[in-house]
Write a protein that binds this ligand. Structure first.
Ligand SMILES: Cc1ncc(C[n+]2csc(CCOP(=O)(O)OP(=O)(O)O)c2C)c(N)n1
Ligand SMILES: [Mg+2]
Length: 629
């Protein structure tokens, strides 16, 4: 009978089928009707203004109005962790089969799932969490804020009548604590305002430059019966595909034509504007060497990293192509550099941060796709094909020669790692590159993972890269869930450091098991905050001098991540030998093809300064006991 009721509640069977089924269990017609009545909850009542009106009056609880407006905004998934005050929202969702609930077991994980979903789908991620759990969610809101990703984060707040009374779980000005990481934050004053606030929140979050918006709904506004207009969100969509001014684009074109040694930096705005192909067209047209980013500061790789013009991440001093006289920055937040002999031209989505510190010859706010299309047209109109060919050919030949040496470097890493008895980052990178399908979504939240980036191919027809620029760790595993939800047909691989894994805790794995999300998880297990130690010891200092790693060793006790995964319903295995890596990756591939998540706990060699040290400052609380038992 329990199964029958679950089927009914999950909308698998009709009310009539429920009644028939209950009859088969010997339940009388009167009793069966009473059960069906108790299971049905009143849906919000609609009053239509007639065909063609964008307004639809809806009455119901504040929770029901909220759900009705989310539906009108086309929201299909909510990442949540419940609290009792939000009950009316979940009550309304009982009768809303078009919106699916995805449960996370910690609020930071819910936010990171929504962030991964938004990065992969281009749509807003919606999160509903407990008011008291907001600080946990805020850890990951920092990632979305810095990466300018649209999120709507909702909590149930202290009831209006109890505000300021220092009541149970109340902390005052909860919406204000989100100020540094939101585009807008607000606490609802009345139930009938809820749909309007949701529309405004979604508008603010999704209008580029995007970002998180926080809304608090006092519990009594969610419970109260009210009436309000629900309006299609498209009526509030602001078209921000800004076309740059013609004269400005001609200035940029002229600077590019005059430059002797120009350089192109590329960044996340290209990904958000779907302008990757146009960036390649422009680079090829002028033979521009292209630099991506190094370390943090980006979440995507918009330019194909195997393109002969892609010279790799941008370091403070580049070996090639020597001092640039013009830097064209297309959509990178850290691509704006200043040197005395270099002119900077920068085109970004973000009016606040463009030309923020480096002096710019030309700084434009524009849609990257439109800007590049116009720039290409301007170059064509200002220079003959012969002239363009002359400019591009010499540079392209030189850059091709340089990038050929990078290919050689990758082969050297492969050869070097082949003979070793331990798994190096090089070996892992080489194996991943050969095993992963080209259409894989590669989600990385690992300090060491970044050292593998150059061994893997991203962009264009190769793997799509997803990361986080501020690197608030604990993002990767839950974010990979959101990416998979956005791209159920693409393989998704998540790569995290052991340290990073532990910042989100193993709990996000439970969400993969419950919702059957077939993602391969790779834990780079070096029993260390390896790069942290390297950075600290790099500066010399007392730890370096004494060989005492006071803070970064993660062993003793060692953690078996495959066992941890098993406890959360995810199969996996420990891989310690280089020769067994490929088979393990293939097993993970088969498991995910079967529809199951899989985790590989890959024991890798620590590298860098002090890598061999397993020393840490030991201390025993048990030894503090004076009482002998
Ligand atoms: C939430 C959070 N806390 C602390 C840090 C500071 N931090 C940067 S790297 C790092 C250690 C990462 O260790 P791991 O993921 O194992 O990386 P690896 O061993 O590959 O360097 C820490 C603690 C951070 N980035 N995010
Ligand atoms: Mg580590």
């Amino acid at each position: 009978m329990k199964h029958l009721i679950k089927q009914y509640l999950d909308h698998g069977i009709s009310r009539r089928q429920l009644l028939t089924g209950l009859g088969a269990f010997g339940v009388s017609t009167v009793a069966a009707n009473a059960i069906a009545r108790s299971l049905a909850s009143p849906a919000p009542q609609d009053a239509d203004y007639g065909k063609g009106s964008p307004l639809r009056e809806v009455s119901g609880t504040g929770g029901a109005l909220l759900v009705a407006q989310l539906k009108a905004a086309g929201i299909s998934h909510i990442f949540f962790n419940p609290s009792s005050g939000a009950g009316p929202i979940y009550d309304a969702l009982v009768d809303e089969p078009d919106i699916h609930l995805i449960k996370g077991l910690q609020e930071g994980a819910c936010v990171a799932m929504a962030d991964g979903y938004a990065k992969a789908s281009g749509k807003i991620g919606v999160v509903i969490i407990a008011h008291i759990g907001l600080p946990s969610g805020m850890t990951q809101m920092v990632n979305s804020w810095r990466d300018q990703i649209p999120l709507l984060v909702i909590v149930d707040a202290t009831a209006r009548g109890a505000m300021g009374e220092n009541s149970f779980q109340e902390y005052e000005h909860a919406d204000a604590i989100t100020e540094p990481m939101t585009k807008w934050h607000w606490t609802a004053q009345t139930a009938d305002k809820i749909p309007e606030l949701v529309r405004r929140g979604i508008k603010f979050a999704t209008t580029p430059p995007c970002g998180p918006v926080f809304l608090a709904f006092p519990t009594d506004t969610l419970r109260e019966e009210s009436k309000a207009n629900v309006i299609d969100q498209s009526k509030f969509a602001v078209q921000m595909r800004i076309r740059p001014d013609k004269d400005d684009i001609e200035r940029v074109a002229r600077l590019l034509l005059e430059a002797k040694n120009p350089l192109l930096t590329v960044g996340d705005d290209l990904t958000w504007c779907h302008a990757q192909k146009e960036a390649v067209d422009l680079a090829e047209m002028l033979g521009l060497p292209v630099v991506g980013e190094v370390g943090n500061g980006f979440w995507s790789m918009p330019f194909p990293t195997r393109h002969p013009l892609y010279i790799g991440p941008q370091f403070a001093r580049l070996r090639y192509p020597g001092p640039a006289d013009l830097l064209l920055n297309l959509g990178s937040r850290i691509g704006e550099r200043a040197t005395p002999d270099m002119k900077l031209v920068t085109i970004r989505l973000d009016p606040i941060n463009v030309a923020r510190t480096a002096p710019a010859e030309v700084a434009l706010v524009a849609d990257l796709k439109l800007a590049i299309v116009d720039l290409i047209a301007a170059l064509r109109s200002m220079a003959t094909e012969e002239h363009l060919k002359q400019i591009r050919e010499e540079r392209t030949t030189k850059t091709r020669e340089y990038t050929a040496t990078m290919r050689e470097f990758r082969q050297t890493v492969g050869r070097d790692s082949a003979g070793r008895s331990t798994i190096t980052m090089g070996r892992l990178g080489v194996e991943l590159e050969s095993v992963l399908d080209k259409d894989t979504c590669y989600v990385v939240d690992a300090d060491s993972g970044k050292t593998m980036d150059t061994l893997l191919s991203f962009g264009g027809a190769d793997k799509q890269y997803f990361g986080t620029s501020p690197a608030v760790l604990g993002w990767g595993i839950p974010a990979a869930f959101g990416v998979k939800l956005a791209h159920p047909d693409l393989p998704v691989v998540s790569v995290v450091g052991d340290g990073s894994f532990l910042f989100s805790g193993p709990q996000p794995l439970w969400t993969f098991a419950r919702y059957k999300a077939p993602v391969t998880h790779i834990v780079i297990n070096n029993r260390s905050y390896n790069n942290e130690r390297n950075r600290i010891w790099n500066d010399g200092g007392r730890q370096f001098a004494t060989g005492r790693d006071m803070v970064c060793y993660l062993g003793d006790p060692d953690i078996d991540y495959a066992k941890v995964a098993a406890a959360f319903g995810v199969d996996g295995e420990v891989v310690t030998e280089p020769a067994k890596l490929r088979d393990a990756l293939e097993r993970a591939k088969r498991a995910t093809a079967d529809g199951r998540p899989y985790l590989l706990d890959v024991h890798v060699q620590r590298d860098g300064i002090g890598a061999l040290s397993e020393w840490y400052p030991a201390y025993s609380v048990a030894d503090l006991r004076k009482r002998k038992v």
